[in-house]
Design a protein around this ligand. Structure first.
Ligand code: HEC
Ligand code: HEC
Length: 406
């Protein structure tokens, strides 16, 4: 009897250990760019899952894909909600002649769709295009916090004429709002324009603006907010696909927006490591924080878990002159070619996981290491680059360890 019990115990021990070997251990919360912001209701958690499925949905021709498109799904570019790989980079184009900017809307602008469904011509760049902006997908974590900021908190860091004399003159990107934008109490208009906070040049005011644009310009999907299919100018007519427009409902769009709003911010790692702590101090000391503002507090939000929350994006959401090397000559809203929105740095430590084991940094993915990123920091950031270059290798490594902890 004893023997039998013992062999059962030993047997189940083997089963348990071998099961554990078969199933990879669940990744730790801090090692993935997924999950919801803390404090959602059960109902909101459910809504998030619906949006999650839409974000991963691969569109087919029968569902309205195209007729021309860049990719077939949001998550093809925003892999695991993280940064995209240069192979899914998108291209915007325009004709700029002095102060005259033509986004070549009648020639397929402002974005290239280099793929097409069967029977349609993929788009090629028109000969009139003389400026090009190539961009890789940013991570999409924590966007709900950014959306819940009031404009005043962004304006507080703006200093367009560098009155405080720190060499940094961030300014907001005032953009003409979309037809479906409805201003909230957080928004402060200026001459009928609103402050953009999403996109690499802060050219989108709300998450919804970005989602509607992405559905159409990236996947060729029409919605209630933009009912006209993309067309290939080479055919000379506005022929869309055979699927009735709008191809997705407003509920589908709202689901995606809700998903984006409720994805948690990346969780920090190794926060208590001595090098990480020293790196964060150096990062502030040499003035990286003049643009990469560590924290903000959100305003009231209709999602109560987003109300009055402190968050740590390491961005001021303002435009900065980044110098010649990063100038793509492509204006957007009031942003010039050499101006870029300070990108949030949270999630950087996990960038390589979604980029195939190798980091691709900056707007087009040209930098493969943090060190390279800083060599490209010119314009307003040049003095900080000089300060960085004056550090010892050990101190530089501490800054890199800090960036990896975000
Ligand atoms: C072809 C690749 C690609 C696809 C497909 C794509 N995106 Fe993006 N996404 C980008 C790029 C590149 C940017 C930066 C855009 C800019 O600078 O204007 C971006 C920006 C965003 C942003 C703003 C993030 C920020 O920090 O400002 C959101 C939100 C977003 N995408 C959501 C979506 C959703 C939702 C879909 C699917 C409907 C989608 N994207 C499909 C490449 C893509
Ligand atoms: C003048 C404002 C400014 C200052 C000062 C500044 N940055 Fe940046 N930083 C930016 C902008 C804008 C970008 C995006 C440029 C681009 O994509 O072309 C950026 C990009 C980055 C990135 C890459 C992010 C990504 O997702 O690809 C890192 C890392 C970074 N900065 C670190 C630093 C460090 C370290 C310092 C201090 C030595 C610093 N920055 C100082 C504005 C600034």
């Amino acid at each position: 009897m004893k023997k039998i019990i013992l062999s059962i115990i030993i047997g189940s021990f083997f089963i348990i250990t071998s099961c554990q070997k078969l199933m990879p251990p669940a990744p730790k919360d801090e090692d993935v760019l997924a999950g919801t912001i803390p404090g959602l209701t059960a109902e909101q958690e459910k809504e998030h899952l619906v949006g999650d499925a839409s974000f991963g949905k691969i569109f087919t021709k029968e569902e309205g894909l195209g007729p021309i498109f860049v990719q077939t799904s949001c998550s093809n570019c925003h892999i695991g909600n993280g940064k995209g790989h240069p192979s899914t980079q998108l291209t915007r184009f325009a004709n700029v002649n002095g102060s005259v900017i033509d986004y070549l809307l009648n020639k397929g602008g402002p974005q290239l769709q280099q793929h097409a469904i069967l029977g349609y011509l993929p788009e090629t760049l028109p000969t009139e295009a003389n400026v090009f902006s190539k961009r890789i997908a940013p991570a999409v974590m924590g966007l709900g916090y950014i959306a819940a900021l009031d404009d005043q908190s962004i304006l507080n860091n703006a200093d367009p004429n560098d009155i405080n004399g720190d060499g940094i003159s961030g300014r907001p990107n005032y953009v003409t709002p979309t037809s479906f934008f409805s201003p909230q109490s957080i928004h402060i208009p200026f001459n009928g324009q609103y402050i953009g906070r999403f996109g690499k040049k802060a050219e989108k005011v709300t998450i919804q603006d970005q989602v509607v644009f992405a559905l159409k310009q990236d996947i060729g999907i029409t919605s209630d907010f933009d009912t006209q299919d993309l067309f290939n100018y080479q055919l000379g007519v506005y022929t869309g696909d055979d699927i009735a427009d709008p191809e997705v409902s407003s509920g589908f769009v709202h689901g995606l927006v809700f998903y984006m709003r409720t994805l948690k911010a990346p969780t920090r790692r190794n926060k208590d490591n001595a090098d990480v702590i020293a790196g964060e101090k150096l990062f502030a000391q040499i003035g990286c924080t003049s643009c990469h503002t560590p924290s903000f507090t959100t305003a009231q939000s209709d999602i109560s878990a987003l109300s009055n929350q402190i968050f740590y994006p390491y961005s001021d959401f303002l435009l900065h002159d980044m110098g010649e090397l990063l100038d793509d000559s492509f204006p957007e809203g009031s942003a010039n070619g050499f101006e870029w929105r300070t990108p949030p740095l949270w999630g950087l430590g996990l960038a390589k996981d979604s980029q195939g084991g190798q980091m691709f940094l900056l707007h087009d993915g040209r930098a493969k290491t943090f060190e390279q990123v800083i060599t490209f920091h010119g314009g307003e950031a040049a003095s900080r680059r000089t300060a960085f270059n004056a550090l010892s290798q050990g101190e530089k490594d501490q800054i890199f360890k800090f960036l990896e902890s975000l």
